[in-house]
Design a protein around this ligand. Structure first.
Ligand code: FAD
Length: 477
């Protein structure tokens, strides 16, 4: 009898434990993807990720076709769909790789329970993380809340097992249940096509992930620790959307950083692995504390007096705050569905502290616009910046957007790429156009308030306002 291989956020054939188990079982495989009404995570799939999903499913379908198979696409509640496919195909087992976000987990637990009542075998596998969150616990058996000891525990746990290669051939079921057409899911943007520049940067699918990994190891891992904070440099892996869709496994990435000691300094390798471990830590937090994605981890922030101005939020979303590094980041996000990590920290700090807008508004905007939107990393990243999270950056550490820009984009190359109206401005003023002499602005063809906005807040004043609001909750608590 056939086995259903239920693909979710693991859209790959390489290092796919569920696929491997189905393969070695020697039963014919039905490869299924279900378009669930509420995607796993904190809410429906954002628009940028819908674009990605379309192309990723297309790529997975093609690689299955090259192995004489096909990807079956069905929309609906997962349990209903699985039951229907079981009825139609006579399958008596369902295999999948585990997901760890609260909504995905609760769906899976129920499915397991219901299918077992029907005597359908269910088997779930790891691989989306390096270690199961239920296993990496402190000596007292409690989950870690602080990154440094988590990292030490991860090191102690030893190297993850070697990744599994994709099976060379697959025995795919030839009599397949009815599939919907990918186009009918309408995942791509209708007019206007705001995602038209995404394809300049991204190649969704596991082949794209492997190319990205290879290029990064070859060109950028050497020097990663030093260069990763400079958004104008192609210094980070840009693997995040591939990881978010499971087009590559963290074990495969980890494995690719082995055996490089001859040509890559150890500090670079360790630093890169530590970033992979931040992802692991975020998942660990989300698994043990599902409220991470929607509530302040530190309840004291529940009393914070947010300003929540709709006008300010709109200026932030559109990249029109008058602070060039913030605007460049927000426009990179809109244009390419991604933003450099340093700039994510700057724009998030600006939203939460300078504009005093609730981090959850920023988290939701990121969820809709990032191709790598991830229920664990996004929530953990926002709470880290807001100061409300586990092991967070303290609230009173408020980024100065001008100094951050000058430190990490000293020539203004990043700003010039995404804020073309400032392109001709000299480096000295690129992060502070509002202080440039009239003559300098004129020469650069800039009219503040017309061609480029004046700052929507004064940073020094905004900083004091934020600190006063923080003091109010600190005294009260
Ligand atoms: P690299 O530097 O090449 O790192 C490799 C991998 O390590 C990344 O792909 C990612 O999986 C992981 N990683 C790196 N930095 C972090 C980090 N700070 N926290 C957790 N994991 C990390 N990352 C997401 O994947 N999805 C999100 O939705 C997301 N939202 C964020 C929101 C805010 C406010 C902040 C401050 C950070 C957020 N991050 C998020 C973390 C980080 O910015 C991205 O993972 C990183 O920029 C991705 O680029 P890269 O793949 O080139 O990273």
């Amino acid at each position: 009898k056939p086995v259903i291989l239920w693909f979710r956020k693991d859209l790959r054939l390489d290092d796919n434990q569920a696929l491997n188990a189905a393969h070695v079982s020697a039963r014919p495989i039905i490869a299924l993807y279900i378009n669930e009404p509420r995607a796993a995570g904190t809410g429906p799939l954002g628009a940028a990720q819908a674009w990605w999903l379309h192309h990723s499913l297309d790529a997975l379908g093609k690689s299955l076709r090259s192995r004489q198979g096909r990807l079956v696409l069905v929309s609906g509640e997962a349990l209903d769909v699985l039951r229907a496919v079981i009825r139609e195909s006579g399958a008596d087992a369902v295999f999948w790789n585990r997901r760890y976000d609260p909504s995905g987990l609760s769906i899976d637990v129920r499915i397991e329970h219901e299918l077992e009542k029907q005597e359908i075998q269910t088997r779930s596998f790891g691989g989306e993380l390096l270690h199961e969150p239920s296993r990496l616990m402190s000596g007292k058996g409690a989950p870690y809340r602080v990154y440094a000891p988590f990292w030490r525990a991860l090191e102690r746990a030893g190297e993850p097992g070697p990744p599994l290669d994709a099976p060379a051939s697959l025995r795919l079921e030839s009599r397949l249940p009815t599939s919907e057409r990918l186009e009918s899911w309408k995942l791509l943007p209708a007019k206007p096509d705001w995602a038209k520049e995404f394809a300049d940067v991204w190649m969704p699918g596991e082949q794209g992930a492997q190319v990205r990994l290879g290029t990064f190891i070859e060109d950028a891992l050497n020097g990663y620790k030093e260069n990763r904070d400079y958004p104008a440099k192609p210094a980070t892996s840009m693997l995040s959307p591939h990881l978010a869709f499971g087009e590559i496994s963290p074990a495969r990435i980890w494995d690719a950083t082995r055996g490089l000691a001859e040509r890559v300094p150890r500090a670079d390798i360790v630093h890169f692995r530590k970033e992979i471990a931040w992802r692991e830590f975020s998942y660990h937090l989300l698994f043990h504390f599902p409220k991470l994605a929607s509530e302040n981890w530190n309840g004291r922030f529940d009393g914070f007096e947010w300003h929540n101005s709709g006008e300010d939020f709109e200026a932030w979303r559109r990249g029109k705050t008058g602070y060039p590094i913030v605007d460049a980041g927000m426009r990179q996000l809109w244009r390419h569905g991604w933003m450099h990590n340093r700039v994510r920290m700057i724009v998030a700090s600006f939203l939460v502290k300078d504009l005093m807008i609730d981090w959850r508004s920023g988290e939701a905007w990121f969820r809709d616009t990032l191709v790598d939107a991830d229920p664990a990393n996004n929530a953990a990243g926002w709470q880290w910046v807001a100061g409300s999270g586990a092991d967070a950056s303290p609230f009173f550490r408020i980024f100065n957007p001008v100094l951050q820009g000058e430190t990490f984009d000293p020539e203004g190359d990043y700003v010039r790429t995404y804020v073309p109206e400032l392109r001709a401005l000299e480096a000295k003023y690129i992060h502070r156009p509002f202080e440039a002499p009239k003559r300098v602005l004129e020469e650069a063809g800039i009219v503040l308030g017309e061609t480029y906005p004046k700052p929507i807040v004064d940073h020094a004043g905004a900083r004091n306002r934020a600190l006063a609001a923080y003091k109010a909750i600190s005294n009260g608590g």
